[in-house]
Design a binder for this molecule. Structure first.
Ligand SMILES: *[C@@H]1O[C@H](CO)[C@@H](O)[C@H](O)[C@H]1NC(C)=O
Ligand SMILES: *[C@@H]1O[C@H](CO)[C@@H](O)[C@H](O)[C@H]1NC(C)=O
Ligand SMILES: *[C@@H]1O[C@H](CO)[C@@H](O)[C@H](O)[C@H]1NC(C)=O
Ligand SMILES: *[C@@H]1O[C@H](CO)[C@@H](O)[C@H](O)[C@H]1NC(C)=O
Ligand SMILES: *[C@@H]1O[C@H](CO)[C@@H](O)[C@H](O)[C@H]1NC(C)=O
Ligand SMILES: *[C@@H]1O[C@H](CO)[C@@H](O)[C@H](O)[C@H]1NC(C)=O
Length: 296
């Protein structure tokens, strides 16, 4: 009897694995060389046929942010292109909006819809160019001494002023995701003059008050003392910066494990929603270089 159960389980696993590998083919063909490289902004945008510009923006407190622009989409015939700023969330970077296909990536969709798309990067992430006086490694504890408050108070206003100047506009549209919304709320309340520079703001998964949060983050919030230990005794100021997944997501067990672990990990953090979640993108996401989370 047990042997039949074992066989049945084996067949079920094979079946699931088979459909996963089929489902993954379209994504994994985009990850070349056995899933080797994390895609940079240039790798994400240029092969899709879009123009890409890069700028450095220096904040009032000296951080040098790398920001990107897709000035127009595949149809370049429209003359007036209103600027729109996309701000990533915690642990993310500008590539979050362009790492998928043209049809799925908000950055490309907006560029094709006639917007002048700007993609910002928070201080300290992999696209941030550092600081005018502080070295991220040598002066780590000073360099990483900030939270979402500084991202809202310093980074966003500098980026907005830069874009408005560059495009000769008085207002822009804003889309923030998660931490990108918290930053926006900080800016709009601590620097109210910036409200006049925003035509409209769209907040995706907005984060303002944490009291009703559930899931992994809520549980982890009881253990933040651990981060202080890392910080104080081990001199670690930033986690998960510039890491890539070493597994080859084009190979069956790796893709299956990455997908299953990735889906459950993300869902544990943000809530289970199988209907809204396209699992086949997980190997692609897992190949992106992680951008870092400061724990100061
Ligand atoms: C797109 O339009 C802009 C101005 O509207 C122009 O400067 C640029 O050269 C055009 N690009 C292409 C590829 O046609
Ligand atoms: C390009 O834009 C023009 C003007 O906005 C529009 O008439 C045309 O249908 C667009 N073409 C494509 C292929 O989207
Ligand atoms: C991230 O790591 C890659 C090699 O894995 C390296 O080429 C790149 O310079 C690193 N980027 C940063 C910002 O440290
Ligand atoms: C950064 O660290 C270096 C090496 O420890 C030190 O010489 C320099 O003064 C520090 N810079 C600042 C601004 O603290
Ligand atoms: C943009 O900034 C430059 C240099 O700071 C300034 O000369 C120019 O007038 C600004 N342009 C706009 C449209 O604000
Ligand atoms: C999931 O994503 C893949 C790759 O982008 C795509 O081919 C597929 O159509 C998506 N599935 C759904 C249900 O959107």
């Amino acid at each position: 009897m047990n042997i039949y159960r074992g066989l049945f389980l084996f067949l079920v696993i094979c079946r699931i694995g088979f459909s996963y590998s089929l489902q993954l083919t379209s994504v994994t063909t985009r990850i070349q060389d056995g899933g080797k490289p994390a895609k940079s902004m240039v790798d994400c945008v240029v092969p899709e046929g879009y123009p890409l510009e890069e700028y450095d923006v220096v904040t009032e407190d000296g951080y040098i942010l790398g920001i990107y622009r897709i000035p127009y989409g595949r149809n370049n015939s429209s003359t007036s292109r209103p600027p729109i700023l996309l701000q990533h969330g915690l642990g993310g970077d500008s590539s979050c909006f362009v790492m998928m296909t043209r049809e799925k990536s908000l950055g490309f969709i907006l560029a094709d819809a006639g917007f002048d798309v700007w993609l910002s990067n928070a201080r300290g992430n992999v696209y941030s160019k550092g600081h005018v006086t502080l070295d991220p490694v040598l002066n780590g504890s000073k360099f990483y001494d900030y939270s979402f408050h500084e991202l809202g108070y310093y980074d966003l206003p500098s980026v907005i002023d830069f874009i408005l100047n560059k495009t000769d506009n008085t207002q822009l549209r804003y889309i923030g995701h998660s931490q990108g919304t918290s930053e926006f709320f900080v800016m709009a309340s601590t620097r109210p003059e910036y409200n006049a520079k925003i035509r409209v703001a769209a907040t995706m998964a907005p984060v303002a008050f944490m009291a009703n949060t559930r899931g992994l983050f809520k549980i982890l919030s009881h253990f933040t003392g651990f981060l202080d230990v890392l910080n104080e005794y081990f001199g670690i100021n930033v986690l998960f910066k510039n890491l890539t997944n070493p597994w080859d997501a084009t190979k069956f067990p790796a893709s299956f494990i990455i997908t299953t672990v990735g889906y459950n990990f993300m869902s544990a953090m943000s809530g289970y929603d199988g209907q809204q979640f396209n699992k086949s993108i997980i190997p692609l996401i897992s190949k992106q270089r992680s951008s870092g989370v400061t724990i100061n």
